[in-house]
Design a protein around this ligand. Structure first.
Ligand SMILES: [Zn+2]
Length: 504
């Protein structure tokens, strides 16, 4: 028996101006292929690594034509998409089955459903081939994804600390099916709701409860159950919450579980709505927070500009407010500005520089724009920007911030970076010689993923509404393509998710 195992993963923020070219899938180079892909992925805390592990445990031969994963950004270029999907499709010939790490929210320049397009092609070219898929919790599910898969597993944690296990779950069911020990049968559906990302964390109600239910259904006999909270920053027809259930040859049971989960999610829709606090109030509350008893830094979360949701990572409004209100002993991660980095490297270590920082990318999707921040400070450190993740999310992955400079304004240490990397591991500070525990305040451009490592060390979290394409204020975005009505863009009072929605 031989399995093809590959990764094609991208969360596409259709409001993001950050381009998604092939090199973004390989940390600045082409994504690794064949033996390089295997070496790059094996043993990491990623879905594809879980798939490799379960295949090898079962003594199955594998090929790994490509491992292409890019940080979230705007629509994927058709050239990159075609390259990656060709690479997978051209390698299938003598394989008995396929395991794919996909994201579920990939949009290309010309396609709303990147994953479904690939899966459909794989099935057309290889009729009946078993395909197991692992998806991110932020998948926006489409019928072609389900129709052309044998089993679909999804993350149950956000921050995503169960990526490896998700790959194992998809792999196990697929291998059982290939050995004719189970007969996977799927049902899927969605709710007309767009949960705010800031309310999707699995530390919080309601997603904690929903994901516990998902695990319970699997414990009680379903082969695989996934509840996707969806990715709302994609203006596409099927953005939003969905469920897919795989049972062993029991369609009725799959439908029953699907409907119970969708109903439960629908009843909780108000709890997925995020309440916004004005920026000056949030930053102003940091002084009192720092005076509270307890250890660790106060975190100021610049969550409108989270690069791991497609943010440009160059908006400056939260940092500007921190400087304006005079907070002291702050480390800020980070501002994406390759030009400022180059200027500061040119000036050299210990030089005093005045730079025009960030605010350089126009946010076409928004009326409100960021603007450059003029900052004077000392070039404290110059780094190649590389570190390895030691925390629970994506453990072992090699990160590349590009050339990075630490600018010291006196009150604030600002990490200025050349590649988009979300701060969800302490390495983003420690690799720059900063002990995050020793700072009074940390500014992070993150939304939920920072929780995996920063929440346990934080004294308090303050969520700051800055500017950016990951805004939690849906009124700042124009949705043209998502199905309507959809909550909370539209006020839907139906008591059941089924009312008035003929699909179900
Ligand atoms: Zn996600």
């Amino acid at each position: 028996m031989k399995l093809l195992i590959a990764m094609m993963s991208h969360e596409t923020n259709t409001f993001s101006p950050v381009p998604t070219l092939l090199e973004r899938f390989g940390s600045g180079a082409n994504p690794p292929e064949n033996a390089d892909a295997y070496r790059a992925i094996k043993g990491l805390g990623l879905t594809m690594a879980g798939m490799i592990s379960v295949a090898e445990e079962n003594g199955i031969d594998i090929i790994t034509p490509i491992a292409a994963g890019a940080p979230p950004s705007g629509p994927v270029s058709d050239e990159a998409y075609d390259y990656i999907s060709d690479c997978i499709c051209h390698a299938v010939a003598d394989c008995d089955g396929i395991l794919l790490e996909l994201h579920g929210a990939m949009v290309t320049e010309t396609r709303e459903d990147g994953e479904g397009t690939l899966l459909k092609r794989l099935r057309e070219e290889n009729p009946g081939i078993p395909i197991g898929v692992g998806l991110d919790m932020h998948a926006n599910l489409y019928p072609e994804i389900v129709d052309n898969s044998t089993v679909i597993a999804g993350f149950r944690t956000y921050p995503h600390i169960d990526m490896f296990e998700t790959g194992v779950r998809a792999g196990r069911v697929l291998i059982e099916a290939m050995n004719n020990r189970v007969n996977p049968t799927m049902a899927w559906g969605n709710c007309p709701m767009l949960p705010h990302v800031m309310r999707q964390g699995t530390d919080d109600h309601p997603n904690k409860m929903l994901q516990e239910k998902v695990a319970e259904y699997e414990k009680n006999g379903a082969l695989c159950v996934a509840l996707f909270t969806g990715f709302p920053h994609a203006d596409i027809l099927n953005a939003g919450l969905s469920v897919v259930v795989t049972t062993d040859n029991n369609q009725e049971e799959a439908i029953r579980i699907r409907d119970e989960l969708l109903e439960l999610a629908w009843q909780e829709r108000e709890n997925f709505v995020y309440e916004i606090t004005p920026l000056s109030d949030s930053v102003g509350s940091a002084f009192d927070a720092a005076d509270e008893p307890g250890e660790g830094p106060v975190i100021l979360l610049d969550h409108y500009d989270n690069t791991a949701s497609g943010g440009t990572m160059d908006t400056t409004e939260v940092l500007r407010e921190i400087l304006a209100q005079g907070l002291e002993d702050v480390a800020a991660y980070g501002i994406y500005d390759p030009a400022a980095v180059a200027q500061m490297i040119e000036a050299g270590i210990d030089s005093e520089v005045t730079v025009s920082l960030g605010g350089k990318m126009h946010l076409d999707a928004l009326e409100v724009q960021s603007s450059p921040l003029t900052v004077t400070g000392r070039v404290k450190l110059i780094s190649d920007g590389r570190y390895t993740i030691t925390g629970p999310m994506g453990t072992g992955s090699k990160m590349n911030m590009g050339h990075t400079v630490l600018l010291d304004t006196g009150n604030v240490l600002i990490a200025v970076i050349s590649r988009h990397i979300e701060p969800y591991d302490l390495g983003c500070f420690s690799s720059l010689g900063i002990d995050p525990m020793a700072k009074k305040y940390l500014m992070l451009k993150s939304r939920i993923h920072y929780r995996a490592t920063f929440m346990p060390i934080a004294k308090k979290i303050i969520e700051c509404a800055g500017v950016g394409v990951c805004t939690s204020d849906y009124d700042q975005l124009t949705f043209r393509n998502v199905r309507r009505p959809i909550f909370p863009l539209d006020n839907i009072n139906s008591s059941s998710f089924k009312d008035g929605f003929p699909d179900h």
